[in-house]
Design a protein around this ligand. Sequence first.
Ligand SMILES: [Zn+2]
Ligand SMILES: [Zn+2]
Length: 613
Amino acid sequence: MVMRFWLFTIFVVIPVTVLPSRAADTLDLRDMAGWRIVVDDDASPAERYAADEFHDLFLKVTGHDLPTVREIGESDGNIFIGAGRALEYSSLDYTMKQDYAPEQLRVVVQKDNIAIVGGRPRGVLYGVYQFLEECLGVRFLTRDHVHVPRLESEDSGRLQEVDFTFTPPLTYRMLYYTEVMQDPKLSARLRMNATGPGMLAKFTDTQKARIGGYVTGYFLLHSIGSWMGDYDADSDPAIRALQKDGKRSPRQFCMSHPKVIRRVTANVALSALKHGKGATIRVVPEDAGRCECERCHGIADEYGGAHAAVVIKLVNDVARKVAMVRPDLTIGTLAYAWYRKPPENMPVESNVRIQYATYHACQRHPYDRLSCPTNVDTVHDIRTWRTLTDDLCFWHYSVNFNDYLAPPTNLDAVASQIRTSVALDGRGIMMQGPGSGLNCPFADMMMYLMARMMWDPGDSPTALREQFIDLHYGAAAPDIRRYLDLQRRTQRNGEGHSNCNGPFDEFGLSVELGRKGIEIFEQARAAAATQVERDRVEKASVGAYRLALGHLWYGKAPDDMSDTERRDARKIAGRLFELCRMHDVRENREGQPVRVAAQRLRKALDMKDGEAF
Ligand SMILES: [Zn+2]
Ligand SMILES: [Zn+2]
């Protein structure tokens, strides 16, 4: 198998995508002043936007303000953005003789013409970004930082002839971070093709069309309650889930109860008629505990003790019913919390999508390594789900719900998490960050890293991170790197396999790291060459100040805390809240503004309400 794979690779990849380097086959960017951008009359809004993005960034890199035209006057000197009549009559006409997948892109560079083509709706736009990055060295680092290299040496600024094609392996790529969700432009540049469900209505049709729209159907939120509607539960309390304390749950339903099955199935089937072509309907338990009734336990026992069997049984019923009236629709459900374990040998209908939520996974460690039994278990579950369904996607976490201001805990884990998802044929990833927050420590770096890895899991996470640090922090980069190396070493030596909802020390983070970090960030601040760099350093330093406060941050002061320690803590807290104000750091945990943390801290330090730190 291995040998066949390599033969295949050598045969296909080398001759087609990377031509040998020869001086005669290079194109000098400095000589392109007379070129033109060609866009067809029938170009889509996203293809026109792609041409605008190309024009603006090409101008910044090369200084050439190229005109955009729809017809070609010359047979060479054309940059074709998208297919069209002009391309059809050019030397690159062959790029139009195949169909492209919706996000597939193809970039052909020849000495006298360039074509950036691809599928609709987003292939061409993403092709432009790929060209700008790989051929010109542009980097879309954050919403307000696009790195644009300058043409300096003789060696830079030369393009080799190439015919490159790429199809992203994930159909759905979503960063649940406010910074990306609320900004279609940044989202497209990072090639994230989805936003939060609540955001969709906030953008105009024009905004959405420009970036080729958003993909939906892979963010499978809880929904059973809404399918039950205004059903009078009091008339039959047994439709509610039986809790361990013997009471009936106010939120969860017993999903094996015949009335629940009938009502959910009927209501979903009825609503199916109203959905657009190919839509996904969510049938997901509420975010509450499982049902402990005998019937639910009986079903779980039949399938290896996995309570997901109760959910899948209902979802399968719904899926069969919907398939009769709307075979194009998908029924989506979660594998999460008490229903994350796959039911043994239980068939899943082919029109069902399973979104595996890694809520219980260890945040600190890579996937599938001996050193982390928790994640070995997680991957085992995912693999088993994969044997039950072809339509698997993921809900991952890059957040500590308990502690938004602590530094990211998954520096060493996230790349393997994404790669594992892709290796197991996952179709999409919803990466939940501190979504309700803004400007959390190192969130910019994490967003960049995760977006790039989701787009192309073959990319190097180390190279991406190093490049981000160099370009974003400039003269302060060596100190920032020193801090991050120290954090990673500290975390590696720590204990614990906490999920996305634990105290800071369960991720290997420590108060000492925070104190040492403050020193390093002060040095970084002094090293910064500009105010912009200084601001970026300060924004990232919030995590170190937060860590230095240890458990005090959660409102627990040690019994033996001395006056000196109190004064010291007040000083650190004062600086922390000052930084939060300066850099618009909004939340301390999900739905909780930073000022609530300040109040809690005052209480722990025996301070008055509103007293200055
Ligand atoms: Zn039950
Ligand atoms: Zn672990």
